[in-house]
Design a binder for this molecule. Structure first.
Ligand code: 5AD
Length: 345
């Protein structure tokens, strides 16, 4: 192993200087070593296995106006939809039939429909007791989180987006704060959700120091899942003219986080796959261990356009996407078990 890397890894926790070196170094051999070390940690913990999650983007109706996001409420270019309970259950059936044992229900932030979703969660839980239910519905009142947990939800994804209050403020409208986000994350943990944090890489105004602050916040809050993807500009948003984030930095972060959080569930995200050919496989080879194929009905998926290039009308989805994924992953030596893939200490 590269001397610099082994020296860095001897430190109990990577110091700020070590982290900025790993994030910025132009030394290709060091970066290759970083990815190889992370891959070895992933294989030690999970074997050559990648967990699949069936992503159902159930509604793009959102009360928020995040400056980067294509489904922000001020975007009048998209039409809004919510799937009915029947449509959601049908999508879950498709996910199950593909041998996938986690359903991810993601949607815009909308507290009243989140409350109504509780019944659907209960029905999914009763119909497929062998599957895990992950939710990603934004900031909600504690009581709503509690209800969703009681109805059978196991996990919750809520990216913190930026651990710097001022940078957070540059990405979000007035009224949204990092402290509220952190309060929600703590509530989710307290309720026993396996909880996911994360951020975009290369979001407007982000510095390497910001990324280090993100890592430190995750060290403090110990998320079970870590979702990281490059920023991809979204037409019609205030940040549409900013450049996209770096795939290389994203991959370095997967490796750094794998080494720092050996058992975390880290997806090789859709956004990485959109900006980098074979990005999904590269993410796995850098230490990620989860992939989330989409089961959003074709009729609606183009409207769930968080960023440009996501959910094109021509995007392959569902069973076909899973079969392609399994082939691609098998070509690099990984298989996808039929298991919930829970976080384990
Ligand atoms: N580029 C990349 N990721 C985005 N997200 C939202 N908008 C974009 C964008 N333009 C991510 C956010 C959010 C997750 C659901 O999607 O980080 O938490």
């Amino acid at each position: 192993m590269n001397d610099t890397l082994s020296q860095l890894l001897e430190e109990k926790t990577l110091g700020d200087e070590g982290l900025s070196l790993l994030l910025e170094s132009g030394d290709g051999a060091l970066v290759e070593d970083l990815h190889r070390t992370a891959r070895e940690v992933a294989v030690e913990n999970f074997g050559n296995e990648v967990y699949l999650r069936g992503l159902i983007e159930w509604s793009n109706i959102c009360r928020n106006d995040c400056l980067y996001c294509g489904i922000r409420k001020s975007n009048t270019l998209i039409s809004r939809y919510s799937l009915s309970k029947e449509e959601i259950l049908e999508a879950c059936g498709e996910v199950w039939d593909c041998g996938i044992r986690t359903f991810v229900l993601q949607g815009g932030e909308n507290p009243s429909s989140a409350l109504r979703l509780a019944d659907t969660v209960a029905e999914i839980h009763a119909s497929w007791p062998g599957a895990a239910i992950t939710l990603s519905l934004g900031e909600l009142p504690f009581e709503t989180y509690r209800l969703l947990r009681e109805k059978g939800a196991d996990r919750y994804l809520l990216r913190h987006e930026s651990a710097s209050p001022s940078h957070y403020g540059m990405l979000h409208p007035e009224g949204m704060t990092l402290s509220t986000r952190i309060r929600c994350l703590k509530a989710l943990k307290e309720l026993g959700f396996q909880t996911g944090m994360g951020m975009m890489v290369g979001s407007p105004y982000q510095s390497t120091d910001n990324l280090i602050e993100d890592i430190r916040l995750m060290e403090a809050l110990r998320p079970e899942m870590i979702g990281i993807g490059p920023f991809v500009p979204s037409g019609g948003t205030p940040l549409e003219s900013f450049p996209q984030g770096s795939a290389d930095t994203t991959l370095r972060l997967y490796s750094i986080l794998r080494i720092m959080f050996p058992r975390a569930l880290i997806p090789s995200t859709t956004a990485l796959g959109v900006i980098l050919p074979h990005g999904t496989e590269e993410g796995i080879l850098a230490g990620a261990n989860v992939v989330m194929p989409s089961f959003t009905p074709t009729l609606h998926s183009p409207q769930y356009s968080l960023y440009d290039g996501k959910n094109r009308p021509s995007s392959v989805r569902g069973a076909q996407q899973v079969s392609n994924l399994k082939k691609d992953l098998s070509a690099i030596g990984y298989r996808c078990p039929e298991s919930r893939g829970d976080y384990k200490e």
